[in-house]
Write a protein that binds this ligand. Structure first.
Ligand code: DI6
Ligand code: FE
Length: 411
């Protein structure tokens, strides 16, 4: 038998770090490894563990001194709408004067006003504006980012948004996963004809989006002010036919049974979920659907109804958290603030919050095999932090201790 010689050329590594692997295989909180060494080869984790256990064949490798810093998986923002035209600052003022999010939406403001601005913006403008927001996330250790369409609501603008989202992944060193959110709202030209709009999404938009390979997944907004579960299910059926995974905005403002319907359709995630009941939670658990919680939207809309965190815990539903970066209900581009809000507002533990932007966020994007934890064979997307305690990332407010972000290589 021939034993392959271990390849050490092209291997780089880090030593003297505290490694929060976030791996389930390590029993300690945060999957923490003290005094750790981590080796990278061809963009993947080649070896990681306690420095004292480094195999002999790797001992000659020159290692970078991490000076005792904390290393985590690169952060994953698994739910954003950060490509859009215009802004909604006026709507913010209206809400402060007493108007509700739903009232503004029903009177033609809200999502529809962003649709107008997005339709008229050029691809170049949309990209330039989005990159500013992306750069905030990158500066806080984000290495993977999901971006939804849904402010075009006509074929050309939806394609334009998705091309811009794809372009972000080449303009910046970040993995972008795009999601087609055609069923986000009923556009003005389909007023009162939401079924006809769903026909358009299913028959015209989805085949083009899939044909041009512009989307990695399909999402919808299941709500009184948007679409009912039966309409969304039609979108899901077509998505499945085209081989695209699905996810859903559900139970944000009311309980329509959207999340359970999505889970039964194999959804990767159900997102928002403030109004989800226990039966719905059980369905998520049975179907392996991730609960994505969005504290920025909860905070901005001053919601009163909390997502059922303890019920998720009881049924072992993986919880992810994300910015929901969008111009209306969550004008938030700080993933570190999301960690803090998840703990302070939702009473999640710092460990749950950190899992929410790493391991479980990867699951919500269908990237669990390659991303989200520091484990041998996974992509070497990491964040090095100038802190010792993982909980510091969640408890401090308005403080960014990122030392360095690593995407596949240490150089
Ligand atoms: N839920 C959200 O959080 C975003 N879309 C949705 O369906 C907000 C969209 C907006 O207000 O612009
Ligand atoms: Fe959203």
């Amino acid at each position: 038998m021939i034993t392959a010689k271990l390849e050490t050329t092209g291997v780089s590594g880090l030593c003297n770090i505290r490694l929060a692997t976030m791996s389930r295989g390590i029993i300690r909180a945060y999957g923490l490894v003290e005094d750790a060494v981590l080796l990278i080869h061809h963009g993947r984790i080649l070896w990681c563990g306690e420095g004292a256990e480094l195999p002999d064949e790797y001992k000659s490798i020159q290692l970078m001194d991490g000076e005792g810093r904390l290393v985590t998986p690169g952060f994953i923002d698994c739910h954003t709408h950060l490509v859009f035209g215009g802004d909604r600052a006026r709507e913010f003022e209206l809400r402060l004067e007493g108007a509700s999010y739903e009232e503004i939406s029903r009177s033609g403001g809200g999502i529809r006003s962003t649709v107008k601005a997005t339709r008229t913006a050029s691809e170049k403008q949309l990209l330039a504006e989005a990159l500013k927001r992306v750069d905030h996330l990158i500066a806080e250790g984000v290495t993977t980012l999901e971006i939804k369409s849904g402010y075009g609501l006509d074929l050309d603008t939806e394609l334009k948004m998705l091309r811009v989202a794809r372009a972000i992944g080449t303009e910046r060193d970040v993995l972008v996963q795009t999601t087609f959110l055609g069923a986000h709202a009923v556009p003005e030209e389909f007023d009162g004809r939401s079924d006809a709009f769903i026909d358009h999404v299913v028959n015209d938009m989805l085949p083009r989006v899939a044909g041009e390979k512009l989307a990695d997944a399909v999402d919808g907004f299941c709500e009184g002010i948007a679409f009912n579960p039966a309409q969304i299910e039609r979108v899901f059926a077509k998505s499945k036919e085209l081989g695209l995974p699905v996810k859903l905005h559900a139970e944000q403002l009311s309980n329509l049974g959207g999340a359970a319907m999505a889970a039964r359709n194999g959804a990767l995630s159900a997102d928002h979920l403030e109004y989800l009941d226990e039966a719905g939670v059980v369905t998520l658990a049975e179907c392996g659907t991730v609960a994505v919680l969005l504290p920025g939207a909860f905070y901005t809309l001053r919601e009163k109804q909390y997502p059922p965190i303890s019920t998720f815990r009881k049924h072992n539903v993986p919880i992810a958290i994300a910015t929901d970066a969008n111009p209306g209900s969550s004008p938030l581009t700080s993933i570190l603030l999301v960690l803090n809000m998840a703990c302070t507002i939702f009473r999640m533990t710092p460990e749950e919050a950190l899992a929410g932007v790493t391991r479980n966020a990867a699951l919500a994007l269908g990237l669990g095999e390659t991303h989200g934890t520091v484990e041998v064979g996974k992509i070497a997307d990491l964040a090095i932090w100038d802190v010792r305690e993982p909980a510091e990332l969640a408890y401090r407010i308005g403080f960014n201790p990122l030392h360095k972000r690593i995407t596949g290589s240490l150089s």
